[in-house]
Design a protein. Structure first.
Length: 188
């Protein structure tokens, strides 16, 4: 097994990519999660260094200027997300493959950067109505923020053909099975 590979999960917010990543990390594969950096405040229950590396907007911009990111993006006004080079290097030193959970633009950028060393996976919701329901149920955003995420999701769904593997997350069991099969094939 080659350890200098990466697995990229991307999806519209609420499609279930984080759930799938958690299932994958429980598999007996040499994988480690790359903790992304962001400039937003932690949500209830989130821990710095575990869920995200939380930085102020100024700290994030300083890291951009000192070339500390593999990739970064301003997802919404003054809301930055990115992949720290130090995260990737640390995981590769542990002789594990990196698992990314990133937005769609970040996923496309990472695939361009890592090329054949990357398996890019797009997780699609069954429909926009199901996505609206999932986003509303999690209760972390206002209705206006849910609508903003749905508008972004419509654009992101148009990018799904730029990924190596498409997983329709209409049944968790089927989605997990397809994911494990695709990842195992890529790693061997």
């Amino acid at each position: 097994m080659s350890y200098n590979k990466v697995i990229i999960f991307s999806a519209p917010s609420g499609a279930g990519k984080t759930t799938l990543v958690r299932h994958l990390l429980k598999e007996n594969l040499a994988l480690a999660f790359s903790v992304s950096a962001c400039s937003r405040k932690p949500r209830k229950g989130e821990q710095d260094g575990k869920d995200y590396h939380f930085f102020s907007i100024n700290e994030f911009k300083e890291k951009i200027n000192s070339d500390q990111f593999v990739e970064w993006e301003e997802v919404y006004k003054d809301m930055f997300y990115g992949t720290l080079k130090s995260e990737v290097e640390k995981i590769w030193q542990e002789q594990k493959c990196v698992v990314f959970d990133v937005d769609v633009i970040g996923g496309i950028k990472l695939k361009e950067i890592f090329g054949d060393k990357a398996l890019s996976i797009f997780v699609a919701p069954p429909s926009l109505d199901v996505l609206r329901e999932r986003l509303s149920k999690r209760g972390t955003e206002t209705q206006a923020e849910v609508e903003k995420r749905l508008a972004k999701a419509q654009q992101e769904l148009q990018e799904k053909d730029k990924f190596d593997l498409l997983i329709l997350n209409d049944s968790l069991e089927k989605a997990v099975s397809k994911m494990v099969q695709g990842v195992t094939k890529f790693l061997n």
